[in-house]
Ligand binder design. Sequence first.
Ligand SMILES: NC(=O)c1ccc[n+]([C@@H]2O[C@H](COP(=O)([O-])OP(=O)(O)OC[C@H]3O[C@@H](n4cnc5c(N)ncnc54)[C@H](OP(=O)(O)O)[C@@H]3O)[C@@H](O)[C@H]2O)c1
Length: 245
Amino acid sequence: MKRIVIVGATSGIGLEVARLCIRAGWRVGAAGRRKEALEALRSEAPGQVETETIDITRDDAPERLARLVERLGGMEIYFHASGIGSRNTALRPDIELNTLRTNGEGFVRMVTAAFGHFRSHGGGRIAVISSIAGTKGLGSAPAYSATKRMQNTYIDALAQLSRMENCGIRFTDIRPGFVATPLLSGDGRYPMLMRTEKVAARIMHVLRHPRRRVGQRGADLSSCQRIFPYLPHHRRRAGARPDAV
Ligand SMILES: NC(=O)c1ccc[n+]([C@@H]2O[C@H](COP(=O)([O-])OP(=O)(O)OC[C@H]3O[C@@H](n4cnc5c(N)ncnc54)[C@H](OP(=O)(O)O)[C@@H]3O)[C@@H](O)[C@H]2O)c1
């Protein structure tokens, strides 16, 4: 029985992956800011799920993660599903800076805490959801795109650090295209929109059969790759297609 901590388990992809982990008989440490959503998940399998409210933008987040891991009885996989993203063509500074705080600062805070845990416990796996948006800057969401590229590079660097120090930590960087979750609220039209359940099932497969990257080279989530041709096309013909995260 595996023990997985999912930060960002209150909605969207993280919630669906949490449900699949429960169905697989794994123990799940679920975290996010919304206490009621965490309680609702826990009520689905009280014997299998531990919860902790964690706001990854706050300094106490690593301490709360450590408490959650202790209650779970250990952790083999840390899965980072927390993130925010908004269309921001007006370049509102509050939106841009909040995105940096959550997807940049919060991401680093949590994956370094997980790295520290695994380094002192003989290894483990860190899986993160970044995005295909890290491949190209999307004009509609500059901070979102940039933080996703940062996440890709950060994970590459941590993987190298783990090899250098022989920490036994493995990494999976999941880079989906557009997924029908609350993150895509609003009136945008999204090409190749995927169902959350389908993406979660593919992520679950990768958690069982680890890969270093997913969604980039036509492995799992390969349909996302077909968005690539769309992006330059969109740049050439501004307004011909909707901007989207
Ligand atoms: N949907 C897509 O099209 C798409 C595509 C590529 C990548 N992604 C990435 O997939 C990840 C999950 O997104 P989603 O689509 O599943 O959206 P979602 O349904 O909005 O889920 C986002 C999750 O992040 C958590 N979160 C946000 N801010 C947080 C904070 N400060 N502290 C702790 N948790 C926080 C939310 O929990 P609380 O609100 O309870 O804190 C929620 O559980 C994100 O990193 C997103 O960038 C999504």
